[in-house]
Design a protein around this ligand. Structure first.
Ligand SMILES: OC[C@@H]1[C@@H](O)[C@H](O)[C@@H](O)c2[nH]c(CCc3ccccc3)c[n+]21
Length: 453
C-alpha cells in the first residue's frame, strides 16, 4: 500500500529511471506574439471577456520565453534529469501550415541545446492545447485536413530537432481537448456540442497517427502519446453503479488508448454518444493505430463513480467524506495510480510508460524570510504517488520515468493564476522563482534514485 510508512523499505527505482518535471508552452512562456508568432486559440480565448478567471491571460505568464536560460539553470540546480515541455505550434507556423517562422524554431532549438548542455533530457510534446487560431478559423480539429496540418508541423520540428530531442509525444490529453474544448466549452475553443466532440476526438487521433507515421519517415528515436486517465471505482455495489463505472472508464480511459493501441473504440461509446456517434471510415483506424515507443500517463486523482446525469457518460463523482482533496477539488488517492498502471499493463501489454504529469495544487504560504516556501502537503502528495509507482514497478509495470507537474507555478488555463502546482514558486509581479520545500525534497529523491523517498 502506498500510504504505508517507508521504514525499512528499499525505494530504489530502476537504474536510469528518468526524473524530471513538466510544463506547457502556453502556461509558462508569455510573449505569445513575439518574433513573428501567430495567435493560438488560447490567446484568442483568454482575451475573450468571461472565458478565464479574472480575465487572466498568457500574455506574460512566467515570462519563460525570455527567462528560459535562468529556468534551465534552475532545473540544473534542482538536479533534474529530464524536462517535459511543449512547443507552441503557432510560433513555428504562424498560420498553422505553410510558412515557417525561423525565430520561433530558433527559440526551441536554443532551449534544447541549453538543456543538453546542462545534462537534462528534453521530452517534447508537439501539441499541448494551443492550436493556431488560423487553423481554428478553418475548422480546427473538426476539419479532417487537421491530420495533414499536424503531420506537416511535426515534420518541421523532426527535421530541426530530432537527435537532440529523442523523446517525442504527439498530443497532450486528447480527452481534455474534446471534453473541455468541444463538449462543455470550459476550454478553448469553447464549443458546446455533443456532435462536435466525437468528431474532434476522432480527428485528434487521426492527427496523432499521421504525426507518428511522419515521425517514422523522419525520426530515429522515440514517439508516444500522452493521456490523462484515472481509475473509476463504484460508489456502491448496485448494477447501476457497475454500469456507470464501465461508461466512465470507457469515456475517459479507453476512448483514446483503445484506438491508438488496439485500433478500435470501446463499445460503450456508441451508447454514450447515441445519435451523435458517427460511423467511422474503417481506414481511419489503420492511420490512428501507429506503433508507439511509450505512452505518457498524466495521473492526478481517482473517481468514485455512481450513475448520474453528467453528459455524455451519465455518471456522477461521489465525494469521499474521509478523503483529502487538493485546491482543484481532486481527491488524493495514490493507490489509484498503482491500480491504473496494473490495468494499463493488463489491457495494453508491456509498452513502456512515463508518468508525464503528477502533482497537486495546494494553498501555499507566501515566500518566508530567507526564501522558503513550506508546502508539506505537496511533498506528501509526491512521496505517496512515487511510492505507488514503486509498487507498480515491483508488480512488473515498465515505468521509465516521472515528470512532476509542474516545474513552475503557472497559468492554469481557465482558472488563471489561481492554482499553484509548481515545485517552484513564481512571484508573478517580480517573476522571481523560489524553490519550495517540495523541490528541495525532490532534489534529494532524484540524487538518491528514490532511496530517500
Ligand atoms: O490541471 C493541472 C494540469 C494542467 O496544468 C496541464 O496543462 C494538463 O496537462 C493537466 N491535465 C490534468 C488532468 C486532466 C484535467 C485537466 C484539466 C481539468 C481537469 C482534468 C491536469 N493538468
Amino acid at each position: 500500500m502506498s500510504d504505508a510508512p517507508a521504514q525499512g523499505r528499499d525505494f530504489r527505482f530502476p537504474d536510469g529511471f528518468l526524473w524530471g518535471a513538466a510544463t506547457a508552452a502556453h502556461q509558462i512562456e508569455g510573449s505569445p506574439l513575439a518574433d513573428g508568432a501567430g495567435p493560438s486559440i488560447w490567446t484568442r480565448f483568454a482575451h475573450t471577456p468571461g472565458m478565464t478567471l479574472n480575465g487572466d491571460t498568457g500574455d506574460v505568464a512566467c515570462d519563460h520565453y525570455r527567462r528560459w536560460k535562468q529556468d534551465v539553470a534552475l532545473m540544473r540546480e534542482l538536479g533534474l534529469k529530464a524536462y517535459r515541455f511543449s512547443v507552441s505550434w503557432s510560433r513555428i507556423h504562424p498560420e498553422g501550415t505553410g510558412r515557417v517562422n525561423q525565430a520561433g524554431l530558433d527559440f526551441y532549438s536554443r532551449l534544447v541545446d541549453e538543456l543538453l548542455e546542462n545534462g537534462i533530457e528534453p521530452l517534447l510534446t508537439l501539441f499541448h492545447w494551443d492550436l493556431p487560431a488560423a487553423l481554428d478559423d478553418r475548422g480546427g480539429w473538426l476539419n479532417r485536413d487537421c491530420a495533414d496540418w499536424f503531420a506537416d508541423y511535426g515534420t518541421t520540428l523532426y527535421r530541426a530537432l530530432d537527435g537532440r530531442v529523442k523523446k517525442w509525444a504527439t498530443i497532450n490529453e486528447p480527452w481534455v481537448v474534446t471534453d473541455g474544448g468541444y463538449l462543455h466549452g470550459a476550454l478553448a475553443p469553447g464549443h458546446r456540442s455533443r456532435y462536435e466532440a466525437p468528431i474532434a476526438a476522432h480527428n485528434l487521433m487521426r492527427a496523432h497517427g499521421a504525426a507518428a507515421q511522419a515521425y517514422r519517415a523522419e525520426g530515429r528515436h522515440e514517439m508516444g502519446l500522452v493521456v490523462n486517465i484515472e481509475p473509476k471505482y463504484p460508489a456502491g455495489d448496485s448494477p447501476e453503479d457497475a454500469a456507470a463505472v464501465r461508461r466512465a472508464h470507457a469515456y475517459m480511459n479507453e476512448q483514446f488508448l483503445h484506438p491508438a493501441l488496439l485500433g478500435r473504440y470501446p463499445d460503450e461509446l456508441k451508447d454514450i454518444f447515441g445519435d451523435a456517434w458517427p460511423e467511422w471510415p474503417a481506414e481511419d483506424f489503420a492511420l490512428i493505430r501507429q506503433p508507439l515507443d511509450f505512452v505518457g500517463i498524466n495521473y492526478y486523482t481517482r473517481s468514485v463513480t455512481a450513475a448520474g446525469d453528467s453528459y455524455p457518460q451519465r455518471t456522477a463523482v461521489v465525494r469521499q467524506p474521509l478523503g483529502t482533496y487538493t485546491e482543484t477539488g481532486w481527491e488524493v488517492f495514490p493507490q489509484g495510480l498503482t491500480d491504473l498502471l496494473l490495468w494499463f499493463k493488463d489491457t495494453y501489454g508491456d509498452l513502456p510508460v512515463y508518468i508525464t504529469e503528477n502533482g497537486a495544487a495546494f494553498f501555499d504560504p507566501p515566500v518566508a524570510e530567507g526564501g522558503r516556501v513550506r508546502d508539506p502537503l505537496r511533498t506528501d502528495y509526491l512521496r505517496k504517488h512515487l511510492s505507488a509507482i514503486h509498487d507498480a514497478i515491483a508488480a512488473g509495470v515498465d515505468v521509465r520515468g516521472y515528470m512532476a507537474w509542474s516545474l513552475l507555478d503557472n497559468l492554469e488555463w481557465s482558472l488563471g493564476y489561481s492554482k499553484r502546482f509548481g515545485i517552484v514558486h513564481v512571484n508573478y509581479g517580480t517573476q522571481e522563482r523560489t524553490p519550495k520545500d517540495s523541490a528541495r525534497w525532490y532534489s534529494k529523491v532524484i540524487a538518491s534514485n528514490g532511496r530517500t523517498l
